[in-house]
Design a protein around this ligand. Structure first.
Ligand code: SF4
Length: 249
């Protein structure tokens, strides 16, 4: 590590060669979501199961800025996705985004739960993963309040970044009505914000089930009452098609 190097909370990097997209994974989160996919896997879920061993080797393997730069410099990276965990709890996030954009000319995208408003000067895109709209439900699911998230969504919208949102549909819990509340709240900021609804994938320790196909259609129709662009992932198709993913770190 050189004297100007900075520490980060990043521990894992994957790369999709066909799309020229890299994903940078940050350790830890300020939420405690009951349905968090990290309960199933600490690594990129697109990797083959043999490489998703879930071993908690992250704290020993935090990467420095120069390690990340040197790793990504070996590939052609058009778009870099900062994800996790929760990237905004890394106090060096803005410095890292600036450095990587400056040196590699990446299009930087941030995936966040929206609870912390980061400096987005060196981000081109922000996607907020919205857990719920109702304060009681949001607190039950994440341990934190939803008001701050929706206040920050307004700030992201004003910042000029390309903004979109995602949420997870959990039948009988974060159900059709609640997804409708999320969509309605988003529309009050801007009805043009695209929303993607993901089907819940069961995690250990929770009894919720996956939604059925007809329920996915119902929830998408509900969100479309408020927003112009609504898409969904049914949890069965691969998110990036047949593009093969490689773990770089
Ligand atoms: S915000 Fe995301 S990473 Fe954090 S606990 Fe919730 S689902 Fe997991």
């Amino acid at each position: 590590m050189n004297t100007k190097d900075i520490k980060t909370r990043a521990y894992h990097i994957t790369y999709f060669p066909k799309a020229q997209v890299a994903c940078l994974y940050f350790y830890g989160c300020n939420f405690r979501c009951r349905g968090c996919i990290r309960r199933r896997c600490n690594f990129d879920i697109h990797l083959p199961p043999s490489k998703q061993n879930g071993a908690d080797r992250r704290k020993k393997a935090f990467l420095t800025q120069s390690q990340i730069l040197s790793t990504l410099s070996k590939e052609k990276v058009k778009k870099l996705i900062f994800m996790g965990g929760e990237p905004t709890i890394d106090s060096n996030l803005a410095l890292l985004a600036r450095e990587l954009k400056g040196k590699l000319n990446t299009r930087n995208a941030l995936l966040t739960n929206g609870y912390i408003m980061p400096d987005v000067a060196f981000f081109d895109e922000v996607c907020v993963g919205i857990k719920a709209r109702s304060p009681r439900l949001h607190r039950d699911y994440t341990g934190k309040d939803s008001e701050r998230v929706f206040a920050n969504i307004k700030k992201f919208a004003k910042s000029g970044v390309s903004l979109r949102a995602e949420c997870v549909f959990i039948p009988e819990y974060i159900g059709v009505k609640e997804i409708g509340r999320i969509a309605r709240a988003l529309s009050r900021t801007d009805a043009d914000i695209p929303l993607r609804i993901d089907a819940y994938i069961p995690v250990p320790g929770e009894k919720w089930r996956r939604p059925q196909k007809k329920e996915m259609k119902e929830v998408v129709d509900q969100a479309k009452k408020y927003l112009k662009e609504v898409s969904f992932l049914d949890g069965k198709s691969k998110r990036r098609g047949s593009d093969s993913v490689r773990a770089l770190v």
